[in-house]
Ligand binder design. Structure first.
Ligand SMILES: Cc1ncc(COP(=O)(O)O)c(C=O)c1O
Length: 406
């Protein structure tokens, strides 16, 4: 065997032994909530299509029309082939929604974070990052060559201590966090972070991949509680509640102009297909027209946490921390046997010892199915390890720096 294959085989065996090997499983999404797997129809709680917009007839029609008029691919970077007018339309809507001067759309949320942070921050600068921030924020920060320091999950006092100690010895400083945490469903203390950013002349960046469309009247995590928190860099993705694909940054006009010049994942990557851009425009119009619909996923998540006795949901994402990876897989199989698709999330996506079930609630999940799911979770999953939730959460909070996803 060639050494390359030997290397891959040995690594896979290691993952298998730790119950951490992942496999692609053929699954067809039938509509916004149902999926077909191994010949069975399952109700999926493992999809971030929170508003089920990926299947909305008006959005599909917008995409089909754009595809027929403009074709499939966009051909080159927007700076090279020319900027399709649909991009300006989408960016104007995003900026309006987020109340910023301008916006820039990227090929994906991951690409956005890989481009934004190194465009703004470099060697000699400081990045403070919530320890549970998403992998692509970590990836962008590392690429920047700045000094990157994790702060304890949502702990303002730790952010302040790090700024007290390190701010003056660095050039620029960036504070970066998920707005809604992707695997925990909790919210960043955004107004507290904004106050610290102001005091220490740091720039606050939120990754609101799981906030847009579902919290803050659909505007995202900077808008919870009514007023807009001072977040000069609001990043997010069009691939979850918006139901389409692509990433974005909403910021001032000067920052966006700099991003057009300096963000390598923007400059050197092909623009999104026009049909996807048209779909995202249609989705944002629907969200703006119906804020009550945007409130449904959180309401459904809260009904589930009430029925199971889990801590009240803060977003459509509800974690049930099991701890051990194998036990989390077993819990997932138990729910699958009952007709529910709830994938076990294991390290390195979450810190070691905090494998979990992650439930993602969407606007169209039927209430009676949520009740049935809650009864099974209460009677047959929570009873396996009655202390698991509180143990797991404290482990997650105490997870060593970059124990997660980095
Ligand atoms: C918090 C967060 N940021 C960024 C991303 C990446 O976005 P995309 O899927 O558009 O690349 C994701 C998920 O995929 C996410 O959960």
């Amino acid at each position: 065997m060639r050494s390359l294959d030997e290397f891959a085989t040995a690594k896979l065996a290691e993952l298998e032994r730790a119950n951490l090997r992942r496999r692609l499983v053929d699954t067809t999404r039938l509509d916004g909530i149902w999926a077909q797997r191994d010949g069975r129809r399952l109700l999926s709680f493992s999809c971030n299509d929170y508003l089920n917009l990926s299947q909305h007839p008006a959005i599909k029609a917008a995409a089909i029309e754009a595809l027929q008029r403009y074709g499939i691919g966009s051909g080159a970077s927007r700076l090279v082939t020319g900027n399709h007018p649909l991009f300006a339309e989408l960016e104007a809507r995003l900026a309006r929604l987020k109340q910023t001067e301008a916006a820039c759309v990227f090929g994906s949320g991951y690409l956005a974070n890989m481009g934004i942070i190194p465009a703004l921050i470099g060697a000699g600068d400081l990045v403070l990052m919530d320890e549970l921030a998403h992998a692509c924020l970590w990836a962008g920060a590392r690429l920047s060559r700045a000094t990157v320091m994790p702060f304890r999950h949502c702990e303002l006092a730790h952010v302040q201590a790090l700024l007290d100690q390190h701010r003056s010895s660095h050039g620029h400083a960036l504070i970066a966090t998920d707005g809604v945490f992707s695997m925990d469903g909790d919210l960043a203390p955004i107004s507290g972070l904004a106050a610290l950013a102001e005091r220490f002349d740091a720039w606050l960046m939120t990754d609101d991949a799981h906030g847009i469309g579902v919290v803050g009247d659909g505007r995202g995590s900077a808008f919870i509680g009514g007023a807009r928190a001072d977040v000069p860099l609001q990043m997010g993705t069009l691939s979850k509640a918006i139901g389409a694909y692509g990433g974005y940054l909403c910021a001032s006009a000067s920052v966006i102009a700099l991003i057009h010049n300096r963000a390598r994942s923007f400059v050197y990557s092909t623009g999104l297909p026009p049909a996807i851009v048209a779909a995202a425009i249609a989705a944002l119009d629907l969200i703006a027209a119906d804020p009550a619909y945007a409130a449904l996923p959180l309401a459904k998540a809260r009904s589930f946490t009430r029925l199971t006795g889990l801590p009240e949901a803060e977003s459509p994402i509800v974690p049930l921390i099991i701890g051990d990876a194998e036990a989390a897989l077993q819990a997932s199989h138990l729910l699958e046997a009952e007709g529910f698709l709830v994938i076990a999330i294991r390290p390195p996506t979450v810190p070691a010892g905090t494998a979990r079930l992650r439930f993602a609630f969407t606007a169209q999940h039927p209430d009676d199915e949520i009740e049935r799911l809650a009864a099974i979770v209460r009677d047959r999953v929570l009873t396996i390890r009655p202390q698991a939730q509180s143990e797991g959460q404290s482990e997650a909070r105490a997870a060593p720096a970059r124990g997660r996803r980095g």
